[in-house]
Design a binder for this molecule. Structure first.
Ligand code: ATR
Length: 332
């Protein structure tokens, strides 16, 4: 598939969401295995790698730093700041808060540059909008990082159309990252038109519905073990009842996939990429066979009837995409 643009640079339309290698999807992948996956991803043509300060409290950035130190010119690295870990007096983590102050940004960016073993971050996002800090103040400070040469381009994650416009008036916004998939289409009314307006790229995260849309999850193979955030308390779509109902919808995706001799996850990715030239996807995977399957999505062209069939599913999905705390952090 043709490369797509994130303002100043081109990327493969399918990048790699690296979070799951270090956090939220069970125990971290063993370091050597993770580095092998990252190196093989480059060989397969992936050049857009997405991480964040909060993924494993720096562990994910450190992993990418190790993996890319001797091949920095082959990759575009995107990372994020905003969520800040809180600790008690003994140094034990007690939770997170969102901190969009310039001071927190300075602290975070210096850590990220060091962990990533690089002089410049290709794309630097505000991970979640801080309602306590005017977006102009946060993005104004981020713009200074661009002028200082520490960052190449700016992005926002889970931002509202109004925030996107205000931010862009302060400093050009190159990308907005939002959850976007056959199951999560709520950005279509406001965010996507705002991106068209300002000429920015959508970076679609969780394009596989956190695994639901791949067909690999079943009633008997329900995630939710140790270190897994796909549990009812955090992810309502995985709650008892909702999970089974949502799996039934995936059968529809499977039926479309059968037309193409493809996997449901490939159809899910093809749908996202088919929604616009200014969209790229960052499916997350820890496994080479899944990475290869995901890359295969670029060859699938869905018919108008198939697209219509897939687009009827979102309204039938059961459960919000995050719990109440997670939804409260989404800027709407
Ligand atoms: P996130 O943005 O949180 O990474 P996602 O990209 O929608 O969410 O989905 C990630 C999940 O899909 C992971 O559990 C990943 O599991 P592996 O690490 O075992 O691959 C799973 N996944 C990704 N690609 C897959 C594929 N081709 N087949 C089956 N599962 C896949």
């Amino acid at each position: 598939m043709e490369q797509r643009r994130i303002n100043g640079f081109t990327v493969n339309p399918i990048g790699l969401g690296c979070m799951g290698l270090s956090a939220f999807y069970g125990p971290p992948t063993e370091q050597a295995e993770a580095i092998k996956l990252l190196h093989t991803a480059i060989e397969r043509g992936i050049n857009h790698f997405d991480t964040a300060e909060m993924y494993g409290m720096g562990a994910n950035e450190k992993l990418l730093g190790e993996a890319f130190a001797d091949r920095r010119d082959k990759v575009r690295i995107a990372t994020k700041f905003g969520p800040k870990f809180l600790f008690d007096e003994s140094g034990k983590p007690t939770g997170t808060t969102i901190d969009g102050t310039p001071e927190n940004m300075r602290r975070a960016v210096e850590n990220s540059l060091a962990y990533l073993q690089t002089d410049v971050i290709d794309l630097y996002y505000l991970h979640r909008v801080d309602p306590k800090v005017p977006i102009e103040e946060t993005v104004g400070a981020m713009g200074e990082l661009v002028r200082e040469g520490k960052v190449r381009a700016l992005g926002l994650s889970e931002a509202s159309p109004e925030t996107i416009r205000r931010a862009h008036a302060t400093h050009p916004i190159s990308a907005v990252q939002s959850e976007y998939s056959i199951f999560s289409r709520d950005i279509e009314d406001g965010v996507l038109p705002a991106l068209d307006e300002i000429g920015a790229t959508l970076v679609a995260y969780s394009p596989l519905g956190r695994g639901l849309l791949t067909g690999a999850l079943t009633r008997d193979n329900k995630p939710g073990g140790e270190g897994e955030y796909r549990q009812a308390a955090m992810q309502p779509r995985f709650a008892d009842g909702a999970y089974e109902a949502n799996l039934a919808l995936v059968e529809e995706v499977g039926a479309v996939a059968a037309n193409h001799d493809a996997a449901p996850g490939q159809v899910a990715l093809a749908w996202v990429l088919g929604r616009g030239e200014n969209i790229v996807a960052i499916p997350g995977t820890t496994k080479l066979r899944n990475l290869d399957s995901n890359l295969g999505a670029a060859d699938i062209a869905l018919t108008a009837d198939e697209v219509a069939r897939l687009e009827a599913l979102a309204d039938r999905v059961q459960g919000e995409r995050y719990n109440e705390t997670g939804m409260a952090a989404v800027n709407r």
